[in-house]
Design a protein around this ligand. Structure first.
Ligand code: PPE
Length: 317
């Protein structure tokens, strides 16, 4: 895997600073206790110029994650949205991944985070396909993880918090070590939860099922898009508990996520899913999803925020 390609500037508490100067002291609270919440957002190079996909929903989730952890961000949602756009512009990116992160910085150590300052950074970089070059077309081979997702009332699953990603790392490393692209974790009750960085959908008899939020899943914004687009295409979509074995007998299984977009799953625990390749409903939903993010259909949901100019505005108008 290639390393992170630096961009020019990073936004820090209202100022743009050079990438190489966005450093932390090792005794910052976040380093020791994972006291951070963050977002992952994509900016697409659409037909009408660069646009950020569902920026307001991502910033809303960021502020909610911070609220759960009693972190006063100090910036309004509007200011944070504008800061994301400003960072993309400062780096002259056409398309990129955007990573706002809010954390407890340097002051004192010990579990109590409250005396430590809340720092806000926004970095942008180029991020291509998440699960390998051919994943979107060919699908990926995954395993059911031996690790469960977070149990209720342990770490809040609805917050996109750094600490949750220690669990995600266990899922991911186990999968990679065993020759799979990704793991699907069960929740603490034994029902299907999610991947290390993706939500999961199964298709059975033309119906889409995805685990409910109570199954320890992140309320994925791509998950929300796919539920809406699938319903618009006439499919029934339900949020139900999914027993593990349903995965093996499903007609189709796919992942959703900002980074993973809509990625088909072709096998689970070496059992092939459906025909063992991308299924027709997955493909139809991919097409609908990419048509929206790339601005090839009318943005009736208001999902795209233009970066450099009004999306849809014609030159000279
Ligand atoms: N579950 C988890 C655990 C998760 O991390 C993500 C996003 C999702 C579901 C999908 O959520 P959404 O992006 O809103 O549709 N994972 C982000 C981080 C991945 C990473 O490796 O870092 C992402 O896709 O940006």
């Amino acid at each position: 895997m290639s390393g992170l390609k630096p961009s020019e500037k990073i936004w820090h508490n209202g100022e743009l600073i050079p990438w190489d100067e966005a450093n932390l002291h090792v005794c910052s609270h976040v380093v020791h206790y994972a006291s951070a919440v963050f977002e992952g957002i994509r900016c697409y190079n659409t037909q009408n110029g660069s646009a950020v996909f569902r920026l307001d929903d991502h910033i809303k989730r960021l502020t909610q994650s911070a609220h759960i952890y009693r972190m006063p961000i100090g910036y309004s949602a509007e200011a944070l949205q504008e800061a994301c756009l400003e960072t993309i512009r400062a780096n002259e990116m056409e398309s990129c991944y955007i990573r706002p992160i809010v954390f407890r910085g340097y002051h004192s150590l010990g579990v109590n985070p409250l005396p430590c300052p809340v720092e806000v950074y926004i970095a942008v970089w180029e991020w291509g396909s998440y699960l390998g070059e051919e994943a979107l077309e060919q699908g990926v081979d995954v395993m059911v993880s031996s690790w469960n997702r977070l149990a209720a009332n342990t770490l809040p699953g609805i917050a996109k918090a750094a600490a949750n990603y220690m669990n995600a790392q266990l899922i991911k490393m186990e999968a990679l070590q065993n020759g799979y692209a990704e793991g699907i974790a069960l929740d603490s009750r034994g029902y299907v939860s999610e991947g290390s960085g993706e939500n999961v959908f199964v298709v059975c008899n033309g119906r889409l099922i995805t685990p409910p939020l109570a199954a320890a899943v992140l309320p994925g914004i791509t998950r929300d898009c796919i539920m809406l687009l699938a319903r618009q295409l006439g499919y029934e979509v339900v949020e139900n508990d999914i027993p593990r074995e349903t995965l093996y007998i499903a007609d189709e299984v796919f992942f959703t996520g900002t980074a993973a977009e809509v990625t088909p799953v072709r096998s689970i625990d070496r059992i092939s899913i459906g025909s063992g390749r991308r299924g027709p409903i997955t493909e139809e939903l991919q097409k609908a999803f990419f048509a929206h993010v790339e601005g090839r259909v009318d943005d009736t949901h208001g999902w795209l925020t233009p970066v450099y100019a009004e999306v849809g505005a014609t030159v000279g108008s």
